[in-house]
Ligand binder design. Structure first.
Ligand code: 6GU
Length: 273
């Protein structure tokens, strides 16, 4: 997979040399190219922003440097491969970045990231490239960052670990929290390793029982418990068809109420951890 990132802070992308993504690069599974937006300016001050039309606070990224940067990246790809890239624009006003989108992006051979600083990029850039490319404006959460670079790191890591051969253990992402279908969108429960006792704290007996069925059920119960506390919204929109009798009993014990349609809603006495 090829990844291009256009930024005014190329050093911000240094973490792409480290850990999982860095190793994937070293192995040739990822071809990452970071471009300095200012190298596509022509004035003495390498200006990339200007005041917003209509007034208001902050600055807007000028369209011309983005146009030149993106054209040059697209032209470089033309010669190398015929594939159409996807343009990913991290912005707090984008649609939520999810595991489903990570899976979608991991299937594409070429991603171009256009993270904005300031109040955003002149809208005409998104319109212009949206005519030729698939464009995804994505947000990584309900908070505001100073720029999209941190989001590029987040999205890149989520995508890279899904590429064939990047994760050591081929099964490692089968039961990720949020892996579609895995545990029907439950958060993962707690995990333990050696030693069996630490500072007087033991581990749940069932995990050393050798009984795989009981272990699986315990993990699922714990997943429901954690999801119920941290992400009740996921319980509310879980697929009733994915729940068995035991799940329903567990949810009722956690303070949920079975609804006529088979799903679950908060009862008045939802259990808090
Ligand atoms: Cl993608 N960019 C910025 N600047 N802030 C964000 C974000 C992105 N996602 C959440 N907050």
């Amino acid at each position: 997979m090829r990844l291009d990132v256009v930024t005014i802070f190329p050093e911000y992308l240094e973490p792409l040399n480290v850990s999982l993504v860095g190793k994937a690069r070293a192995r040739g599974q990822l071809d990452v190219r970071v471009h300095d937006l200012r190298s596509f300016t022509h004035d003495r001050h390498h200006t990339v922003d200007d005041t917003p039309y209509g007034g208001g606070p902050g600055m807007v990224m000028k369209p011309e440097p983005w146009g030149e940067a993106l054209d040059s990246i697209l032209a470089s790809g033309e010669a190398e491969r015929p594939a159409r890239p996807v343009l990913v624009v991290p912005t707090p006003s984008g649609r939520p970045f999810t595991q489903a989108l990570a899976v979608e992006l991991a299937e594409r051979p070429w991603l171009i990231f256009a993270p904005a600083r300031y109040e955003g990029i002149d809208r005409r850039v998104i319109e212009e490239y949206g005519e030729h490319l698939e464009v995804h404006e994505v947000s990584i959460g309900d908070y505001v960052l100073a720029g999209g670079e941190a989001a590029v790191l987040v999205i890149t890591e989520a995508v890279a670990r899904l590429l064939p051969g990047v994760l050591g253990n081929a099964e490692s992402h089968r039961d990720d929290s949020f892996a579609p279908g895995a545990m029907a969108d439950l958060l993962e429960g707690p995990v333990y390793t050696k030693p069996p006792e630490w500072r007087g704290r033991g581990i749940p007996e069932v995990l050393v029982s050798g009984h795989h069925g009981k272990v699986a059920r315990w993990r699922r119960d714990e997943a429901f418990r954690r999801t119920s506390v941290n992400r009740p919204d996921l319980i509310e929109r879980c697929d009733p068809a994915a729940l068995d009798k035991h799940d329903r009993k567990t949810l009722v014990e956690l303070g949920w109420q079975e609804l006529p349609e088979g799903g679950f809603g908060r009862s008045d006495r939802a259990v808090e951890e």
